[in-house]
Structures are given as C-alpha cells and as structure tokens.
Design a protein around this ligand. Structure first.
Ligand SMILES: [Zn+2]
Length: 235
C-alpha cells in the first residue's frame, strides 16, 4: 500500500493544504505495522478551545480544570505528545491514566527520560487544523495509538479544537470529508463495512466509558452522511 494519502482520490472536494509529517519524530518512524485491514475511521478532538469556556462549563470537567498543553496547531500537538510528560506517557506507556499518574508526576519533576521521548509520536494518522490544513502524521502501514481495538485495524482522524465547548470550523469539516473519502478509495473500503465512529463510539464498542471525544459540538451524524454520500458518488 502507498503509505501516504492520495488526496486526488477525493476528486475535487474542497480541502486545505496537505503536508506529509510521517517523519515528525523518531518514534513515528518506528511504529509497529498496521494490519492492512480497515474496520473503522475514528474521529477525535485534540487541542485547546479558542476561548476559555464559561465557569459553569469548566465546573463540569474532571477536577473542574481544563487540561491543556496541546495548543491549536500541529506544532503544538507534536510538542505535546513528544515533550510533555502527560503526552509522552499517553503514547508510550500501557495502562489507564490512573496507572500512568505516578510516572507523569515523576517526569514533571525530573524531566522526560530521553529514551522515552525517543519513542513518542502523535498517535493519530491525520491531524486537521482549524484553517483546514491537513497533516498526515503516521504512514498508512503504521499502527496508531488512538483508540483501543482500532489501532492496528483503523485510522485516527483528529480535528484540532475542543468540541465540548465549540464547533469545528467549516474548513476543518470540508478537509475531514475529503481525507476520509480519499482514504476509503485508497484502501478500497466502503461504508458500512468500514465504520465511521467517534472515539466515544469506538470506546463503547470495547466496553469503555465516554471521554466526550469528539464532544457535543462536533456534527458527527452530518459528517458521517457527507462522507457516505461523497464516497458513493465517487465510486
Ligand atoms: Zn479521542
């Protein structure tokens, strides 16, 4: 399989610029293999909201605080997953967040060990910025680390922003549709054999509880319908 997305397969759908960032870190270059079958495209949110949410919204978050550190750009997300103690722990350690908490505390005090940072990578195959720019972060033949049960047999498509508090931009949604339509063609996959899931739906399929990913302001059913309709039209 060609390891980089061929966006021309989206056949003229509107979308932002494309960047191949599959060598963004040492860890990204030595990912284990994807199993070559695609069961699902899984949508995520990553990054901070454009504006600080109102107090009453913040109060509903775990611990009443807005986590952060990823920013709202691809460079911020790369920095978070390859330098930030929490980000590096997320992609290089097994177990739940609670299992990782003592290590995150140690790394926050002492710094992330270089051998651990060298394994780190952005866990999604695609990142889409608020201006619609598309960045391919992992090769199509490399496993992601975005949703249990779908890392070797699915692809993570992450939209930058916090859709618990704000909607994604139109440019972002257009690019997301184009990426998914092109990807389905390139993989010779079709909906509904290939499922289009939010991270929370992927988690539910594995018996895990929700994490508000993608969040209530993400138009999940509308983007699913656009991808389904466009991929039928183009086939
Ligand atoms: Zn997610």
């Amino acid at each position: 399989m060609k390891p980089v997305l061929d966006l021309s397969l989206a056949q003229g759908l509107p979308c932002g610029s494309f960047s191949d960032r599959t060598e963004h870190s040492a860890g990204a270059k030595r990912r284990s293999a994807h199993d070559g079958v695609c069961k699902a495209l899984v949508f995520h949110r990553i990054g901070e909201p454009e504006r600080v949410p109102p107090e009453e919204e913040l109060a509903k978050l775990p611990g009443g605080i807005l986590p952060g550190g990823e920013g709202r750009s691809v460079e911020g997300v790369i920095d978070f997953f390859t330098n930030n103690p929490e980000g590096v722990a997320t992609v290089t350690l097994d177990g739940t967040y609670d299992d990782k908490r003592p290590t995150i505390g140690k790394w926050t005090r002492e710094g992330v060990p270089p051998e651990q940072a060298a394994k780190a990578f952005v866990p999604y195959t695609f990142l889409i910025e608020p201006d619609g720019s598309i960045h391919q972060m992992l090769r199509l033949d490399a496993a992601g680390a975005h949703a249990r049960g779908f890392n070797q047999s699915g692809y993570g498509v992450a939209f930058i922003g916090d859709f618990r508090f704000e909607p994604p931009t139109e440019e972002q949604l257009d690019s997301g549709v184009a990426v998914c339509v092109a990807l389905l063609h390139q993989l010779k996959g079709k909906v509904p054999a290939v499922k289009l899931l939010s991270h929370d739906e992927a988690r539910a399929a594995m018996g895990q509880g929700p994490k508000e990913c993608t969040g209530k302001h993400f138009p999940l059913d509308a983007i699913r319908k656009r991808i389904t309709d466009e991929s039928r039209r183009n086939s």
